[in-house]
Design a protein around this ligand. Structure first.
Ligand SMILES: Nc1nc(=O)c2c([nH]1)NC[C@@H]1CN(c3ccc(C(=O)N[C@@H](CCC(=O)O)C(=O)O)cc3)CN21
Ligand SMILES: CC(C)C(=O)C(=O)O
Length: 329
């Protein structure tokens, strides 16, 4: 596959490919044919996600907050990349997602967007950016798309955000709904608590999901609810996929926070988290080995340094010494 940019880039790329003296130059192409050694794949669309639901193919969603994590989602087959507002806690060190500003979110969206082609790219609208009226909400959602480069936005809420979902959807901004445990409301909820544990609350979560599908949401995140409720809501949806986090195995897809998956998050671990990597262990090993090697002068070795022709060195020495009045070394 050829790079898709301007014809100038395309023709220089062709020259590079065909030039006999630069056979190894292919890695310099502006648009690599492969990302991290993996062939490019088909763009994930809303259509594709709804087809996955129909065919019973589990949808994978993972958060990303910067270029390298976005790139890993791109390369290794994630269906939906989410710039989650968990960014506030796991990347920026805030104590709550409610601290995150729209500008901070946009900064990270842009980095992830630069790495993201195939996955469907969604980002959370930060706390407070979709609560102060229709005009503000539209303006902020447009910034997420236009400046952040995301394809869809996620908003937390039940029946009370249905009109917002309808408005954004109608103007062409796909909305992912988020029901059950809504972390942006942790203060009101007195903590991060499982939702829908009694019949009344379970009905509230179900009604919210149904209303948000009716309002036009293209998917719904269901967070921290009993697994049977996660399954029930999934079957209650007419066409849109449910993406569960702590909602059991019967949702159409699963999502987790990058740092929980990789083992780099050092805060409390929710019951629904499974760690699939030990990046924290690798980081500790790498940092400690680097420090040890510098201290014992085993880094750098000769192969990691630059040489200079002997004759140039001799000339340099002679001139330097003369200039410095014959002082030592
Ligand atoms: N690292 C990380 N992972 C997340 O999944 C996550 C964030 N950060 N930050 C934003 C929100 C906050 N989330 C959380 C945080 C804690 C629990 C938690 O510990 N829940 C209790 C439930 C207690 C109960 O109601 O019985 C648990 O023990 O799982 C759940 C979701 C989900 N999101
Ligand atoms: C965990 C997911 C669903 C999320 O909302 C976030 O990362 O903020």
């Amino acid at each position: 596959m050829l790079p898709r940019f301007s014809s100038r880039i395309r023709s220089s790329h062709l020259r590079t490919l065909s030039h006999p003296s630069f056979p190894s130059r292919r890695w310099m192409s502006v648009r690599p044919e492969e990302v991290d050694g993996v062939a490019p794949r088909k763009k994930v669309t809303i259509h594709h996600l709804q087809a996955m639901r129909r065919s019973g193919t589990p949808i994978t969603m993972l958060t990303a907050y910067d270029y390298p994590t976005g790139r890993a989602c791109e390369s290794h087959g994630v269906d939906i990349t989410l710039v989650g507002d968990s960014l506030a806690q796991v990347c920026l060190g805030y104590d709550s997602t409610t601290r995150l500003t729209l500008d901070e979110m946009l900064h990270h969206c842009r980095a992830v967007a630069r790495a993201s082609k195939a996955p469907f790219l969604v980002a959370d609208m930060p706390f407070g950016t979709y609560h102060t009226g229709a005009e503000d909400t539209v303006r902020n959602a447009v910034r997420m798309v236009r400046e952040g480069g995301v394809e869809g936005v996620k908003i937390e809420g039940g029946l009370e955000v249905a009109d917002t979902v309808r408005r954004l959807t109608r103007m062409g901004i796909p909305v992912m709904a988020h029901v059950g445990l809504m972390p942006q409301r942790h203060t009101m909820l007195s903590g991060y608590r499982v939702q829908g544990k009694n019949a009344e609350c379970a009905l509230d979560v179900l009604r919210a999901a149904v209303a948000l599908e009716d309002a036009g949401a293209f998917a719904v995140v269901v967070e921290a609810v009993p697994h049977r409720l996660g399954g029930y809501i999934t079957r209650a949806m007419r066409r849109i996929p449910t993406i569960g986090i702590g909602a059991g195995k019967e949702t159409d897809g699963q999502v987790l926070v990058w740092d929980d998956v990789m083992g780099t998050w050092c805060g409390d671990k929710a019951k629904f988290v499974r760690r699939f990597g030990d990046v924290k262990g690798e980081v500790a090993r790498g940092v400690r080995s680097y420090i040890a090697a510098v201290r014992e002068r085993s880094f750098p070795d000769t192969a990691e340094t630059y040489g200079m022709p002997e004759i140039e060195w001799e000339a340099f020495l002679a001139r330097a010494e003369a200039e410095r009045g014959g002082s030592s070394s």
